[in-house]
Unconditional design. Structure first.
Length: 116
């Protein structure tokens, strides 16, 4: 998250979106590992979160959708050279993803997987 914020503050939008995605990816991956599940692809991560955490009521369908949005933004930012993020897209991404990271961190803390 620190790298994503620094890149955003430096107006490096594409790089900020990529780092933001990876911050979320690592939290979501850690959450899945608490269930003994490991994602084998980035694209499959929202579905696994849905199966193991939305179906059990610990996260919402909107949370799983945010994972999908984050993956799409990261894909555009990293691989689509004709696409350039801007301040609005980056602000929207941060507004969606940071609260989700906070919710995932709370689940990890509640389970004793993350220090307070």
């Amino acid at each position: 998250m620190a790298a994503a914020r620094l890149l955003r503050d430096s107006l490096l939008w594409n790089d900020a979106l990529s780092r933001l995605y990876y911050a979320l990816f690592h939290y979501a991956t850690a959450l899945l590992l608490t269930e003994g599940v490991e994602a084998t692809s980035h694209k499959g991560l929202p579905g696994l979160i849905g199966l193991h955490f939305v179906r059990t009521g610990r996260l919402t369908a909107s949370d799983a959708a945010i994972l999908g949005h984050a993956w799409q933004w990261r894909t555009l930012a990293d691989y689509e050279r004709s696409w350039n993020a801007d301040a609005d897209a980056t602000s929207k991404a941060f507004a969606e993803i940071e609260p989700l990271i906070d919710r995932i961190a709370a689940l990890l803390r509640a389970g004793g997987w993350l220090a307070r």
